[in-house]
Write a protein that binds this ligand. Structure first.
Ligand code: MTE
Ligand code: MO
Length: 302
């Protein structure tokens, strides 16, 4: 599969259609065919093929506050992260709570490649070729119970390895959450690779969330716990500043951050004279996800 990157890539290649067709039960309210068509259509709607950033761009300009607040701190410090014998505790409203190794979680699943836009709340963006699995398939291993409405996530805390944790630059562990239907959406993935290589520590090794229609801070790294809950779980940035960061944090060019506009974004790797590009509603994934928020006031979903 690695040699696919040397070929011209179309969005239709991102997910083999049979994988979509297997997902009928998981795609509540949408026919599998329309989801497959919708994903293929999204980049066309955005008017361009997705041209991934270089591996170097993606792995040297990071936000991972456990390793420091500078963009190059994670790449400099994250080699110390111990990713050996990783397991994720899955608990809360599940049929089979317990510690799941990466092998347990991915057993029987086919790793997929997805080229996704990635838009940080700080108004920069990249295009990343992730490798990984749909979160819905991992959650199915634990068996989500009927009463579950939200999914909470937690990042590892390794003070010896993490200078940002030792200095408490923000409260740790870093925590995030999704509504269950967002978590089950076929675009939501758990990434274990980039460019068909194991995901580098600075990008959230060995396994991190990727939710492409939301601001990057929702895509929590190096996950050690997943809890299915009835109540909306707290999130790190809401805890820090609820007036600036909301639970939903859907990319929305029409709703400014209190301190800056979200109407446009700077593309990483574009060079000094690169022009900004317009930010797209739901980061270009509106066809697929707008239905999740029907009847909700999008201006309040920041
Ligand atoms: N645990 C943890 N996860 C995190 C962060 C963090 O500081 N700690 N930063 C978030 C933010 S703000 C962004 S933009 C993305 C950056 O992902 P990347 O470095 O792979 O581009 O990770 C998100 N996940
Ligand atoms: Mo971010």
């Amino acid at each position: 599969m690695a040699n696919r990157w040397t070929n011209t890539f179309t969005t239709a290649d991102i997910t083999p259609e049979p994988l979509w067709l297997n997902r009928r039960q998981l795609i509540a309210g949408l026919g599998a065919a329309s989801v497959a068509g919708g994903l293929a259509g999204s980049a066309h709607a955005a008017g361009e093929a997705l041209e991934p950033n270089s591996f170097e761009d993606i792995t040297s300009y990071n936000n991972y506050y456990e390793f420091g607040t500078g963009k190059s701190d994670p790449a400099e410090n994250a080699a110390a992260l111990d990713t050996s014998n990783w397991s994720i505790a899955i608990d809360g409203l599940v049929d089979r709570p317990g510690d799941y190794s990466l092998a347990d979680l991915t057993d029987g699943l086919t790793e997929e490649e997805r080229i996704y836009r990635f838009r940080c709340v700080e108004a920069w963006s990249m295009v990343v070729p992730w490798n990984g699995y749909e979160l819905a398939d991992l959650l199915a291993k634990a068996g989500v119970q009927a009463g579950a409405r939200y999914v909470a996530f937690e990042t590892a805390v390794q003070p010896e390895a993490m200078p940002g944790v030792r200095r408490s630059v923000i409260p740790f562990p870093y925590v995030e959450g999704l509504r269950l239907d967002e978590a089950m959406h076929p675009l939501t993935m758990m990434a274990t690779g980039i460019y068909s290589k194991p995901i580098p520590n600075q990008n959230g090794a060995p396994i991190r969330l990727v939710v492409p229609w939301k601001y990057g801070f929702k895509s929590i790294k190096s996950i050690v716990r997943i809890t299915l809950t009835e109540e909306e779980p707290p999130t790190t940035w809401q805890n820090l500043n609820a007036r600036e960061y909301g639970f939903y944090a859907n990319v929305n060019p029409e709703v400014s951050h209190p301190r800056w506009s979200q109407a446009s974004e700077r593309m990483i790797g574009g060079g000094l004279f690169a022009s900004r590009q317009e930010t797209l509603m739901f980061n270009g994934y509106a066809d697929e996800v707008a239905g999740l928020y029907e009847g909700m006031d999008l201006s309040k979903l920041y």
